[in-house]
Design a protein around this ligand. Structure first.
Ligand code: NDP
Length: 330
């Protein structure tokens, strides 16, 4: 069994010194445990946060432990009453070729599922469901309003924008290349801004959102958040889903500088956490499946071949060279 583990807490971009590989032998499993042969590993920005020793919604990854992440795989041994050899499962395990699980945070892929396994880490998994619940529930977005989405060509952003379009909203996406912006237009975004080639983001947002911003879906933080704050409508909502611009920061990150706009616009900041919606996952997955079948949702996955590439694939999330949901095929 190969594993990537946390050897030291990283500073900045994660190096192979902080997260090296090792061989690990699974000696035996106990009653109530099973062994999963991982087929796909989910590569998520949130993992960077779990490497920090800071209070959060989950305990930090302990030094010496395998890097935590979602995976999908096959049960190859089981002493667990609910799982049999051959079951296809997805859930929280780690960057490792085989995982031992006691069933915590583990789900079975239905035998009659028409979708490939990898979908359970992308569109039918946490990122698809994040987009779904954040837009349809937490953001308070209503038909006719304007949604501004950052990291819009990414996994969460691209799905969230399409759901908002279906609700009858104007949707503007911010992304880091002309190719990504072009793709967003093909999947229904009304307008796009390439933040890497735009000097004045505040003015560009004002042009793309002539009626102001009702919901800013923040995946990024930093300068884009500041520019969005200057374009909020009265009673706007800032949905705080992520802050990837600062995940690799080595110093405390100042700002947002335009925080006063929250007061000036009687706006609300709403934190979003996908784990608040666990009980509603099966129902939402059915809806997403239906939209997929009806051709109403498009999404991109970037599947990197080879377990050894987990760390390099992870670091690509932070320079934007990924195209859609990043997965590693073991
Ligand atoms: P993505 O597929 O969107 O990949 C990350 C993207 O972020 C990159 O492709 C890049 O796109 C963009 N990015 C990276 N650095 C910067 C930067 N400095 N400034 C602006 N954009 C940047 O990842 P996900 O869809 O998986 O995650 C998106 C966000 O959602 C993350 O912040 C993540 O933490 C959050 N999240 C939160 C959840 C929750 O429950 N709160 C659950 C799941 C995800 P580009 O080329 O456009 O720069």
């Amino acid at each position: 069994n190969k594993q990537f583990y946390l050897c030291e807490r990283p500073e900045g971009v994660v190096s192979s010194k902080a997260v090296p590989q090792r061989e690990h032998i699974i000696e035996a499993i106990q009653d109530g445990e099973l062994i999963i042969e991982n087929q796909y590993i989910s590569i998520d920005p949130a993992i960077r946060g779990w490497m920090r020793d800071e209070p959060s919604y989950m305990p930090p990854i302990e030094l010496g432990s395998v890097i935590r992440s979602s995976t999908v795989g096959k049960v190859v041994a089981s002493c667990h009453p609910d799982y049999q050899v051959g079951d296809r499962v997805y859930g929280l395990s780690g960057w490792e070729t085989y995982s031992v699980s006691n069933g915590f945070f583990l789900n079975k892929i239905p035998d009659d599922s028409p979708y490939p396994e990898n979908y359970y880490l992308s569109i039918m998994g946490a990122v698809g469901l994040t987009a779904y619940f954040a837009i349809t529930d937490r953001s308070g977005l209503k038909s006719g309003e304007t949604l501004l989405m950052s990291a819009a060509a990414g996994a969460v952003g691209s799905i969230g924008g399409q759901i908002a379009k279906q609700m009858g909203c104007r949707v503007v996406g911010i992304a880091g290349s002309d190719e990504k912006c072009g793709w967003l237009k093909t999947i229904g975004f009304d307008d796009t801004i390439n933040y890497k080639t735009t000097e004045d983001m505040t003015a560009a947002i004002a042009r793309a959102c002539p009626e102001g911003v009702d919901v800013y879906f923040d995946n990024v933080g930093g300068e884009i958040l500041d520019a969005a704050l200057l374009n909020l409508n009265s009673h706007a909502r800032v949905l705080f889903c992520g802050s990837i611009a600062s995940y690799n920061a080595t110093e405390p990150v100042p700002g947002p500088y335009n925080w006063w706009q929250i007061l000036a616009r009687s706006a609300e900041v709403r934190g979003f956490l996908i784990s608040d919606y666990l009980a509603q996952f099966p129902e939402a997955a059915l809806t997403i499946g239906q939209w997929l079948d009806e051709g109403k949702l498009e999404f991109r996955e970037e599947i990197v071949d080879g377990f050894d590439n987990c760390l390099s694939a992870f670091n690509r999330l932070f320079d934007g060279s990924n195209n859609g949901k990043m997965l590693v095929k073991v």
